[in-house]
Design a protein around this ligand. Sequence first.
Ligand SMILES: O=c1ccn([C@@H]2O[C@H](COP(=O)(O)O)[C@@H](O)[C@H]2O)c(=O)[nH]1
Length: 295
Amino acid sequence: MADSGAFGTRLATAFARWGQLCIGIDPHAWLLGEWGLNDDAAGLREFGLRVVDAAHGRVGIVKPQVAFFERHGSAGYAALESVLSAARDAGLIVIADGKRGDVGTTAEAYGQAWLTPGSPLEADAMTANAFQGIGSLSGPIALATHAGKGLFVLAATSNPESLPLQTAVIAPGVEEGTPGRTVAAGIVDGVIGLNASESMGTVGRVGSFGVVIGATVDPARFGLPLQAMATHPATPVLAPGFGHQGASFTDLRARYGPCSPFVVATTSREVLAAGPSGIERAIERGAGELAECLA
Ligand SMILES: O=c1ccn([C@@H]2O[C@H](COP(=O)(O)O)[C@@H](O)[C@H]2O)c(=O)[nH]1
């Protein structure tokens, strides 16, 4: 294992040291403009490195959004590589948000790209899409287990369009013994199972496999098993939607209930809009407000 320990263990350590705030690195074109940077690869790199600098010593986790770098092709990817490596060198936990998924062998290649130690795009965890079935992610899951990395699988996403598809009920008879589960709950149950089997080899309070549950959604509406998720080893939750999408830290406990201590509360535009001169203060303010809400 290249990093020290399983991803879930490192996540728990980051929570204890820095709290649960995660800063999204989302270089929207308009934000680059507001930061006085060009919308090109050099601008992306500069923006990303400045956010990493501001996050360092204030939070423990960052989440670069791959799409904004991808807009600039290979030069954008080179910028992303610099940002990923600077963040990891700074000791930050890096969650690459690319929402990858495909048939098994291709999904495995995604895992090789983002989770292999020494890969140019190495992160600590990646986001993954289980639309092709959670079993299609077995390649990245195996790689993550081997390398001490993590995976966050989309379950109940923060966008309003998610509701009809993710709350759809899996037809009885399709899954033996589990009638009536929503798609979101089926994914969450699958990820709980991964953590249960990982825990046979590791001792940790937090599992290395997590789910994405947006801070804007009502977990009850999606039929999510929050209590089971909070059971040892807990299934961590990547929770986007705070700030610009309307969710507030003050609602976190009510929303996530027993899973609240295992939530990675992520925010991008709300903090990034403070600009290069205000971002450090904005991160400190966000981290402080979140800590108060979780105290
Ligand atoms: O359900 C999801 C999954 C991922 N995201 C990503 O998180 C950030 C949110 O940015 P904000 O500026 O804080 O709204 C962005 O990268 C999304 O792609 C999400 O919003 N919802």
